[in-house]
Design a protein around this ligand. Sequence first.
Ligand SMILES: *Cc1c(COP(=O)(O)O)cnc(C)c1O
Length: 389
Amino acid sequence: MTSLMNTYARLPVSFVKGSGATVEDSDGNTYLDALTGLAVCGLGHAHPAVAKAVSDQAETLLHTSNLYEMPIQAALAERLTALSGMDRAFFGNSGAEANEAAIKIARLHGQKRGIKSPMVVVTDQSFHGRTMATLTATGNRKAQAGFEPLLNGFVRAPFNDPATVEQIAADNPQIAAVLVEPVQGESGIRIPDDGYLDALRAICDANGWLLMLDEVQTGNGRTGRYFAYQHTGCLPDVVTTAKGLGNGIPIGVCLARGEAAELFQPGHHGSTFGGNFIACAAAHAVLDTIESENLIERAGQLGKRIVDGLGKALRGDNRIKEVRGKGLMIAVELNEPVPGLVNAGLERGILINAIGDTIVRLLPPLNLTDEEADEVVARVSAVIEGQAT
Ligand SMILES: *Cc1c(COP(=O)(O)O)cnc(C)c1O
């Protein structure tokens, strides 16, 4: 492991295979995966439809580049624009790349409106990626520290606070767009008030800004709609997604509508690998499966089952501040730091994530059985209760 740059504090376990919601480590121990590689494997591990699509494509043609027509990519763009209400798609390989495309669109939009230094409003506790622009957009000083100079062109507002964005609009004629997560994932499943996105939409409309939603984590059915904004009446101008789209094959996409969809012209942006055959084959299989197995509705039902179950199982423990969720983005927030929860999870055979020792985050697969969902509840509550002092 010493040959790897030291970017991750890795857990001392390595997985060798998986099936559905179960993964097996190199010692033969099995675990229930309530994290899915951070909202990536929404269909679970080794899903047969994805495996077949990827394997068939690998035996046919992996890559030719975006210098040539690719009907499989055009067809994926058509499906994603239909699902999102957008008009056009640009494919990259990750969430950060999808957001980079969005930020570049915002700058073109601002320049076109005569703004010399267009700025994007972003929020506290946001996460948009690790590239320089997306790191600058990210609302986490710890992640940014040491990487100065950060980029120009961002203004920060508190999350879930349209009044401050209104004030920024009044004070700052340089703004071209707002970039926000409909539910903040990395900072601990923070769900804004109903009406937040609609309020941002109204401010964007009043000022000629683009409303850009980062659905890298919330997209692809995870919250109980294909995109999380579809819980509201609000339609953004730009949407990005990545994580769950390829079920583990790297793919990211920036979708846009109206004028925002027409801004990129040849030479403006590109990606060698973006939207190549293998990534598109995987994403088509993911969309096919989400549709044929009704997984969007299922995610909503499972989320309610798990949140209700955890609420019951943990009732009476006064260290619990809140159990919350939007579909299968679920958090248990504690009143006090409880270290060691992730390792306690490994010992009890469940993969979970902890944010700062006070928030347990769950991002389980969209196709859990009811029994597996109940087992997630049982094991997670045992992990938390087992830590009782
Ligand atoms: C994970 C994440 C990203 C970054 O995606 P990468 O694929 O790691 O670049 C961006 N935005 C949100 C909301 C995310 O959850």
